[in-house]
Design a protein around this ligand. Structure first.
Ligand code: ZN
Length: 229
């Protein structure tokens, strides 16, 4: 286990607060507990608030570090052009893909990438994940498209993934690999990843037994006063 201290006073000196770093780490560990990731799979990033005179930046999990061995100081702060601003470790190999999604979706404040089982069952079949659960339609907002398999570490893949994701839906499947979820907060992006996996499992089982009813976000009658994500 490597304990790195890239700066003497993390809260004062870093663009990414210790609280944010701890929140990211908490969701990384939760992703393993929830069965969305194992080993060093997956990654998380958060868009940092703009600071005058500083480049726009994100904070992202490092590459190839087990979540149970990761510490808040391991997170890497990276400018939108890919320049590492803070951190001793390498950023996630999917950094260019995260950056492409932030550029395409100004509303995205956080990205959660997971490699959960039922998302991958449907992804391996090349099947779009239609919403059959309320949670899915509320958080993902619509059917989750599937990108055909290819290696996912370059900006061109990221641009096409972001294009397929579009403006309205909050997740995209990478066939034979996993899911990328976006949200207006880290909490919401994580809920999207959980909702899509849960929905994928139910959709998979329901499809064996018959033809499941698919929910359409625009057609749902939302009761007055209902609190939506
Ligand atoms: Zn991955």
């Amino acid at each position: 286990m490597t304990l790195t201290t890239p700066y003497p006073s993390p809260v004062v000196r870093s663009r990414a607060s210790t609280a944010l770093r701890e929140e990211i780490l908490g969701y990384c560990r939760e992703s393993v507990r929830a069965g969305l990731n194992f080993n060093t799979q997956g990654n998380i990033s958060v868009r940092l608030p703009s600071v005058e005179g500083e480049p726009d930046a994100i904070v992202i999990t490092p590459s190839d570090v087990r979540y149970d061995q990761m510490v808040p100081a391991d997170m890497v702060v990276v400018a939108m052009d890919g320049t590492v601003l803070e951190g001793d470790l390498l950023p996630s190999t999917e950094l260019p893909v995260h950056l492409a999604h932030y550029r395409r979706r100004p509303d995205a404040r956080a990205i959660v990438h997971t490699e959960s089982t039922f998302v991958n069952v449907l992804g391996a079949l090349g099947r779009r994940i239609d919403p059959v659960l309320l949670n899915m339609v509320l958080y993902a907002k619509g059917p989750v498209p599937v990108m055909p398999f290819e290696f996912s570490t370059n900006a061109d893949f990221g641009r096409r993934s972001a294009e397929l994701l579009g403006d309205d839906v909050n997740a995209v499947v990478w066939a034979n690999h996993g899911l990328l979820a976006v949200g207006t907060s880290l909490k919401l992006a994580f809920k999207v990843a959980v909702a899509v996996e849960e929905n994928a499992e139910v959709l998979h089982h329901a499809s064996q037994a018959g033809e499941p009813r698919v929910l359409v976000y625009a057609d749902i009658d939302v009761p007055e006063g209902a609190r939506l994500p």
